[in-house]
Design a protein around this ligand. Structure first.
Ligand code: CP
Ligand code: NVA
Length: 318
């Protein structure tokens, strides 16, 4: 049995296989063909943090696969009253077929998974947001920006050269994992003191030696954007960092993706953002709403990419 906790645990082929499943299921979805690949299976979705997209996409996704999603907020369950995570994992895991957990530390997620008798999916932790990254690569493929090691229907425009501008948070860490596993170019520009996780960077650098990825970490957004074909960013204050919001606004003010910064990227570059976006902070309204933005295509692709993850885990269980 496999869990989906971080892309670190997956090979390039496994990641691309999940995306291939997503592409196939999306095609069927667009042709109104049903895909009951998880008929009568139950997905429990535990949220210890807020969510819009993750909740809706997993719940709609499992339903469209013939199964059923169960939303569980930590506020309403015994988790919120301090029940140990290992007890919750065994109890819920004995009644459902798969569990998605959105929580704080990666250690808590890993502890939960180690006690769960069914596959566990990371629906976001402080360290990683891997389901989002499969979504982002699926969106890039649809836009013709992909590695040529697999064939896709969309016309190939360019190989990925990604610039991530802003906080070295769970999204930045996840981009490091994706780029280093698949083997593409990624530059992260973050202020001093807000760089991605040191251990994740080390892991990414060693994966890059195998995959041929080119990973650069800088403090300079302009350097990162030069000639890139995907521009992405994320909130300056993630869930759990609300108290730092004001302080971070000052520290990050040169990291706002605005039209001037966008003009440094390739003229055909696309803009991605996992959302929620804070217009006027990490990105301007003009970029989110502009012609290069693919953010709502990206948001909808959560539905399809996560079907790929769920079906793959379901098919690979023992
Ligand atoms: N991108 C993302 O995970 O969005 P939600 O927090 O709304 O689920
Ligand atoms: N970095 C953000 C992502 C939200 C989807 C957070 O963790 O809050």
């Amino acid at each position: 049995m496999r869990h989906f906790l971080t892309l670190k645990d997956f090979t390039k082929d496994e990641i691309l296989d999940m995306i291939d499943i997503a592409i196939k299921i999306k095609k069927d979805f667009l042709q109104s063909k049903s895909t009951p690949l998880m008929k009568n299976k139950i997905l429990a979705m535990i949220f210890e943090k807020n969510s819009t997209r993750t909740r809706v996409s997993f719940e709609a996704g499992i339903y469209q696969l013939g199964g059923m999603g169960m939303f569980l907020s930590s506020k309403d369950t015994q988790l919120g009253r301090g029940e140990p995570i290992k007890d919750t994992a065994r109890a819920i895991g004995s009644m459902v077929d798969m569990i998605m957990l959105r929580t704080y530390s990666q250690e808590r997620l890993e502890e939960f998974a180690s006690y769960s008798p069914v596959p566990v999916i990371n629906g976001l932790s402080d360290l990683f947001h891997p389901a989002q990254l499969l979504t982002d690569y699926l969106t890039m493929i649809e836009c013709g920006i992909y590695l040529l090691n697999r064939q896709y229907d969309s016309v190939h425009i360019a190989t990925p050269k990604v610039a991530y501008i802003g906080d070295g948070n769970n999204m930045a860490n996840s981009w490091l994992m994706l780029a280093s596993k698949l083997g593409f170019e990624l530059t992260i520009a973050s202020p001093e003191g807000y760089m991605p996780d040191t251990k994740v960077v080390q892991d990414a650098m060693s994966f890059a030696q195998i995959s041929g990825a080119k990973i650069t970490i800088t403090t300079c957004p302009k350097q990162a954007l030069k000639g890139c074909n995907v521009v992405t960013t994320d909130t300056w204050a993630s869930m759990g960092q609300e108290d730092e919001k004001q302080e971070r606004k000052k520290i990050f003010e040169d990291y706002c993706v605005n039209d001037d910064l966008m003009s440094l990227a390739d003229q055909n570059a696309i803009f991605l953002h996992c959302f929620p976006a804070y217009r006027g902070q990490e990105v301007t309204d003009s970029v989110v709403e502009g012609h290069q933005s693919r953010v709502f295509q990206e948001a909808q692709n959560r539905l399809h990419a996560q079907k790929g993850i769920m079906v793959w885990l379901h098919q690979n269980r023992i």
